[in-house]
Design a protein around this ligand. Structure first.
Ligand code: IMO
Ligand code: MG
Length: 429
């Protein structure tokens, strides 16, 4: 059985914890899109580890695979490998990286930051990691792939051709110093040497693993509403974070993907710019940020917070065809006298039950909110559904009904064991 885990909101849903937990039943954990813009926090023995690029399944002793759909900054990758080794997680012979994956080059990061600066108030609020420019080069067919590094002549040629345009843009438009092709060439050949043991044809590798009866877990980064096709474009990331991306980003055909689990926070957060209909800008938003420790794992930025938006997640149930949900951070809502859910939107007196594709239209909506009574008891660490306060159950059941998808997992703290597992989504039978 092969399972895809995706985020249903704007990222930071708690995919790290859920994937870490489910990795137990998997043989391979596979990243298929994004890059080191992701920040997956896993708490082991009370100590958090934040992974940006390496699949979290490595922490459970599994085989980790980085597919062709991921963009790789080799420096960040090698630093993460060092970090894991220092914390006694051995990656040798357990990490496999696609030779077809595109590289994030130093100029991608420079352009990402400069273009954001130039946009001013229109900025996307990217993580500044060069993700967008790297995917732009991939799509415009000037990207450099990992395999190119092992053909130095070819690599040098591509780099020199690319830098003609890029240096002109940097100097003339962004008023920034140009890059020296020779310096990048040397730097990246150094990385190539260090990465060599991990590089392979991962599509071949994964399909063979499935043929042999192994179980694969696909670890999505970002969330459905940050997907370049299905998110709040242009305030999105530059890859397909939806379940479909797991096929194109790994070379495993879609009929081999059995189930899709959607991770959803019991409320909503967003980092960076873009519409957020159920956002709470006042004291209530502050309180959620504080109680939920809602600060970015990659950039440290405070996350914008708001009520659970059922319209948003219902859309994610559809575009990912979710089999079930994992609802996280329920305990953050403990002690709130009242909790609200956005059940629909309203624009010019008209009720909207779906997320409009037009960003302008989405920006103009007001949320239609439904009130729920809170609960005084602590749900922190509860592992048995029956032990949840009555109002917490009512709230969870309302989420399931409104989005049209059952919850298999409810997470009640950041710790691995502190989870209610109603059904095992990763059932290998
Ligand atoms: P995980 O995997 C939350 C957001 C950025 C910005 C937009 C584009 O931890 O859920 P980018 O650098 O990707 O070009 O930025 O996407 N973003 C994330 N927000 N969690 C993430 O990853 C994110 N990765 C990118 O804040 O709004
Ligand atoms: Mg994150």
């Amino acid at each position: 059985m092969n399972l895809v885990v995706v985020g249903t909101q704007w990222g930071d849903e708690g995919k790290g914890k859920v994937v870490d937990l489910l990795s137990e039943g998997a043989d391979y954990v596979v990243r298929y899109q994004g890059g080191h813009n992701a920040g997956h926090t896993i708490v082991i023995g009370g100590k958090p580890i934040v992974l940006h690029l390496i699949p979290t399944g490595l922490l459970q002793g599994k085989i980790g695979v980085i597919g062709n759909g991921v963009v790789i900054n080799p420096k960040a990758l090698l630093e993460e490998i060092t970090l894991l080794t220092q914390r006694n997680f051995e990656v040798t012979d357990r990490l496999f990286i696609s030779e077809a994956a595109h590289l994030i080059m130093p100029y991608h990061q420079a352009i990402d930051k400069a273009s954001e600066r130039m946009k001013g108030s229109q900025k996307i609020g990217t993580t500044g990691r060069g993700i967008g420019p790297a995917y732009a080069d991939k799509m415009s067919r000037s990207g450099i792939r990992i395999a190119d590094l092992y053909d130095p002549e070819h690599f040098r040629e591509k780099l020199e051709v690319n830098l003609v345009d890029i240096n002109a843009i940097l100097e003339k438009i962004y008023k920034m110093p140009p890059f020296d092709p020779e310096a990048i060439f040397k730097e990246y050949l150094g990385y190539a040497e260090q990465m060599k043991p991990y590089i392979t044809d991962t599509s071949l590798f994964l399909n063979k693993a499935i043929d042999e009866g192994h179980h694969l877990l696909f670890e999505g980064a970002q969330g459905t509403h940050l997907d370049v096709d299905f998110g709040t474009y242009p305030f999105v990331t530059s890859s397909n974070s939806v379940a479909g991306g797991a096929a194109t980003g790994t070379g495993v055909g879609p009929t081999r993907l059995d189930k899709v689990l959607g991770v959803t926070k019991a409320y909503t957060t967003r980092v960076g710019s873009g519409p957020f209909p159920s956002e709470l800008c006042g004291e209530m938003g502050e309180m959620l940020r504080k109680l939920g420790n809602e600060f970015g794992a990659t950039t440290g930025r405070p996350r914008r917070c708001g009520w659970f938006d059922a319209v948003l997640v219902r859309y994610s149930v559809r575009v990912n065809h979710l089999s079930s949900l994992a609802i996280t951070k329920l305990d953050v809502l403990d002690g709130m006298p009242e909790i609200q859910i956005c059940v629909a939107y309203e624009v010019d007196g008209i009720r909207l039950d779906e997320v409009p594709s037009s960003l302008r239209r989405l920006e103009g909506v007001t949320p239609i909110l439904k009130r729920f009574e809170g609960w005084d008891e602590s749900t922190n660490g509860i592992t048995d559904y029956d032990k949840l306060p009555k109002n917490a159950k009512i709230y969870l059941e309302a989420i399931e009904a409104l989005v049209g998808c059952p919850a298999d997992i409810i997470s009640t703290s950041s710790k691995r064991g502190e989870t209610i597992v109603l059904r095992q989504p990763f059932d290998s039978n």
